[in-house]
Design a binder for this molecule. Structure first.
Ligand code: MG
Length: 251
């Protein structure tokens, strides 16, 4: 069942979204050559607590971190560690917070230092663009499949691939609610989108093949061919007029 949020619940989701939007902007600025992913996690956790919010990921499903940090060929669920970022590395930071019992969830991929490889730069641009093209399909009366179709079409047009095993999701009182929202598929298929629904849209895009592999730590997911990967995500509520992004960095 896909939950429909009432106005009061949407206000709480907006409050959670504002915290996560500010956190995205804050962590983007912290990424630099020499910082470790463990430091990014600690800074992010303190930021959430300073906002009076609750870190959403830590402890959920046994997750040991507040900010999941996936570097280069790591796709998602990367566990922070003492690895220091080197010039040209990219780090995907996935984060969530709980306010008034409601979740917001978002992710960005940021380069440390100057991004000189044009393919990696294009990977980041195309993945970000595909997120916004997917979000544009969040209209009452359209279907969940329209979102993934828009994402996949844009990504594959540029020669990259969409990860299949990890998908977007409904969000609200739970981090992961119905429905699953694949970043691929056929337009005009799946559940009908209605006002009051809330979704986390999160394309994960690889330069090479889409296949994934989980490391021995049971969390960090990498591309099987070790090609680099990007991840952008926003939490979005459906209004009668279309999508409203709750985790905007400039909100
Ligand atoms: Mg998510």
């Amino acid at each position: 069942m896909i939950t429909i949020k009432n106005e009061r619940e949407i206000q709480s989701m907006k409050a959670a979204g504002r915290v996560v939007g500010k956190l995205l902007a804050y962590l983007r600025k912290q990424v630099e050559v020499g910082i470790s992913t463990r430091e990014l996690d600690a800074l992010g956790e303190q930021f959430i607590l300073d906002q009076g919010a609750i870190p959403a990921f830590k402890g959920l499903y046994g997750c040991p971190a507040t900010i999941l940090t996936s570097v280069n060929e790591e796709i998602v669920h990367g566990l922070p560690n003492n690895r220091k970022l080197r010039p040209g590395d990219i780090v995907s930071m996935d984060m969530g917070a709980i306010v008034e019992g409601f979740y917001a969830d978002a992710a960005i991929t940021v380069a440390a230092g100057e991004l000189e490889d044009p393919i990696v730069k294009q990977l980041l641009d195309v993945t970000r663009e595909s997120l916004y093209l997917g979000i544009a399909k969040i209209q009452p009366g359209l279907r969940i499949g329209d979102i993934g179709h828009a994402v996949q079409t844009h990504v594959e047009r540029h020669g990259f691939s969409v990860v299949r095993e990890y998908v977007g999701h409904g969000i609200g009182r739970q981090l992961h609610e119905s429905p699953q929202i694949p970043n691929f598929g056929d337009a005009g298929t799946g559940p009908v989108i209605k006002a009051g629904m809330a979704f986390a849209i999160e394309p994960m895009v690889n330069i090479g093949r889409p296949d994934t592999k989980t490391l021995a730590n049971k969390w960090t997911v990498i591309s099987r061919d070790k090609s680099w990967s990007a991840h952008f995500e926003h939490t979005v509520v459906v209004t009668e007029d279309g999508p409203e992004i709750l985790t905007r960095e400039d909100a």
